[in-house]
Design a protein around this ligand. Structure first.
Ligand code: 9D3
Length: 228
C-alpha cells in the first residue's frame, strides 16, 4: 500500500523510518513518500498561503499549490483516497482505519497556518480530525493515520494473532490487566489466579476485569458493548 503526504515539513516524516512501519517499508509491504508543498508554491517566493478575504488574523492555505501537488501525486496512479487533515474532519477511529486499509493508497494533506481555503474541500474524498485538541498542523495527525492503517496491511504485523485479538471498535471492551515478572514488585503482587494454571478461571477473571475497567473508565464503550 502507498502512503503519500503533502506537507511543508517533509522532514518530520523521518519518524516513520523507525519501528514496525520502518520495517514494513524496508520489506516493500508499504511505501511512505512526503511531498514538499513548497515545490508547488506560487511566484519567486513559492507562496503557499495568503491573508483571508474579509479580514481576520492569520493566514490561509491557498488552493492552487495543493491542487498542483495532488495532481502530481495522483498522475499515473489509481485507487488513491485523498484525505485532508483538519480539526473540522470526522473523528479518526479504528473503523475508519479499517475502511482506509482497503484502498490501494492514501494521499494525506497536512496543513499549517489557520486552515485551508474552503475550495480545497472540493479536491478531497474525506476530511479527518484526530480529536478535539489544538495542534500546530496536520503532520502528526497524518502520521497517526499512516501508522494505524499500515498495521492493518497484511504482513506488516509479524504476529497475526495480535491483529485478530485487537478487534477494537465502538463495541469493544478495554484490555484486561496484564502482568509479567517479577511475582512481587514494590509490595505489589501478581493476582494469584494468573499463577494458578487454571486456564478456565484465568479466562473468566480477565473477562470480568475487562468489564469492570471498561465500566469505570469508558462508560461510552461499556454502553455500546451491552448492546451486542
Ligand atoms: C488555534 C487556531 N484555531 C482557531 C483559530 C484553528 C486551528 C487551525 C489550524 C486549529 C488547529 C490548526 C492546525 N491543526 C491541524 O491541522 C489538525 C488537527 C488538530 O489541530 N487537532 C486534531 N486533529 C487535527 S488534523 C489537523
Amino acid at each position: 500500500m502507498e502512503f503519500h503526504v503533502i506537507t511543508l515539513f517533509p522532514e518530520m516524516f523521518a519518524a516513520l523510518d523507525a519501528g514496525l512501519i520502518g520495517r514494513a517499508r524496508n520489506q516493500g509491504l508499504i511505501s511512505v513518500t512526503a511531498h514538499n508543498l513548497r515545490d508547488h508554491g506560487l511566484g519567486n517566493y513559492r507562496q503557499v498561503d495568503d491573508a483571508p478575504y474579509g479580514g481576520g488574523s492569520g493566514m490561509v492555505m491557498r488552493p492552487e499549490p495543493i491542487a498542483a501537488a495532488l495532481d502530481a501525486v495522483v498522475a499515473e496512479r489509481s485507487g488513491l483516497v485523498k484525505i485532508m487533515m483538519t480539526p473540522q474532519g470526522a473523528p479518526f477511529s479504528q473503523a475508519a482505519a479499517r475502511e482506509l486499509a482497503m484502498a490501494d493508497g492514501l494521499v494525506l494533506i497536512a496543513g499549517r497556518y489557520e486552515g485551508f481555503d474552503e475550495r480545497v474541500r472540493a479536491l478531497v474524498d474525506r476530511e479527518i480530525s484526530l480529536g478535539d485538541y489544538v495542534l500546530s498542523g496536520g503532520e502528526l495527525p497524518a502520521m497517526v493515520v499512516i501508522e494505524a492503517v499500515a498495521r492493518l496491511v497484511p504482513g506488516v504485523l509479524g504476529n497475526p494473532a495480535s491483529l485478530a485479538e485487537e478487534s477494537f471498535g465502538a463495541s469493544e471492551l478495554l484490555e484486561y490487566p496484564q502482568y509479567t515478572r517479577p511475582e512481587e514488585f514494590r509490595g505489589m503482587r501478581v493476582p494469584e489466579v494468573l499463577l494458578s494454571g487454571d486456564h478456565g478461571k484465568i479466562r473468566a477473571w480477565r473477562e470480568s476485569e475487562a468489564r469492570r475497567r471498561t465500566a469505570r473508565r469508558r462508560p461510552d464503550l461499556a454502553a455500546a458493548a451491552r448492546k451486542t
